[in-house]
Design a protein around this ligand. Structure first.
Ligand code: 9D3
Length: 245
């Protein structure tokens, strides 16, 4: 996959994108990251990329020409264009999966400014990463790149396949333990040491369900639960009621 990022701060990407799994994935040629500073496409004397809003008011607005010229000069016509914006659709695992199928992605970042409305006409998607205010679209773009690139074939090993993701089965992960068996008076649950793989699988499923019910009941609404899951949830309900006695 080719990923083109249009930003005024390309240097923000170098550290995070050259680390760990993402670095290995790029070294293996599984995706390449192209950083483009759209200031280089400004036709203005002082290379400015923003201007005051028509109609008046505070703040500055990103001009359309630098971004249009940068995108048109760099991007394959087929790929999808994503505008990072607080007004966008909320990014989630489903959108990550959808974007991972594309041959190329172009991601446009603003930096604590509004966009000229005509910039939106370039975009196939307008994406936010959540309801909090950041200083720019760069960190959100990196979130999107991280989530999408780990879904590309070959990026993760067999062990850590995206099919194992908790968001894939729609439940939160079960509690995990490693050595030592006893730490500061806190014990590892007996069943995990039993060697009984059937019992361990049942315990894990149940604790996944318990945790999801406790922390993210919204996830249970949209998950296909088996009869066994429903029985386990009923059992959890009884256990939790008994605890409150
Ligand atoms: C408050 C009026 N505008 C500032 C002049 C709004 C504004 C525009 C751009 C506020 C912040 C930003 C910078 N943020 C992003 O570009 C952004 C973002 C975010 O802030 N939160 C979550 N997702 C995203 S995606 C892009």
């Amino acid at each position: 996959m080719d990923i083109y990022v249009f930003t005024l701060f390309p240097e923000m990407f170098t550290g995070p994108m050259e680390t760990s799994i993402l670095k290995k994935a790029q070294d293996k040629g599984l995706f390449s990251l192209h950083l483009i500073n759209y200031r280089d496409y400004s036709l203005a004397k002082h290379k400015n990329v923003d201007d005051s809003p028509f109609g008046g008011g505070a703040g500055m607005v990103l001009k359309p020409e630098p971004i249009y010229n940068a995108v048109e000069d760099n991007c394959p016509l087929q790929g999808k264009v994503i505008l990072m914006s607080p007004q966008g659709q909320k990014f989630d695992q489903q959108l990550a999966c959808e974007l991972a199928k594309e041959e190329s992605l172009s991601i446009i970042c603003g930096h604590y400014e509004g966009f000229d409305e005509r910039i939106r006409n370039l975009a196939d998607y307008e994406v936010s990463i959540g309801d909090y205010v950041l200083t720019g679209g760069e960190l959100p773009a990196m979130v999107v790149i991280d989530a999408v690139s780990r879904l590309l074939p070959g990026v993760l090993g067999e062990e850590e396949s995206p099919l194992q993701d908790s968001f894939y089965n729609g439940l939160l992960e079960y509690p995990q333990y490693t050595r030592p068996r006893s730490f500061n008076g806190m014990e590892v649950p007996e069943v995990l040491i039993s060697g009984n793989h059937k019992q361990i699988a049942l315990w894990r499923r149940k604790e996944s369900l318990r945790r999801t019910r406790e922390r993210r009941p919204d996830l249970l609404e949209n998950t296909n639960l088996t009869i066994e899951d429903k029985n386990m949830l009923a059992e959890i309900e009884r256990e939790e009621l008994a605890k409150d006695e």
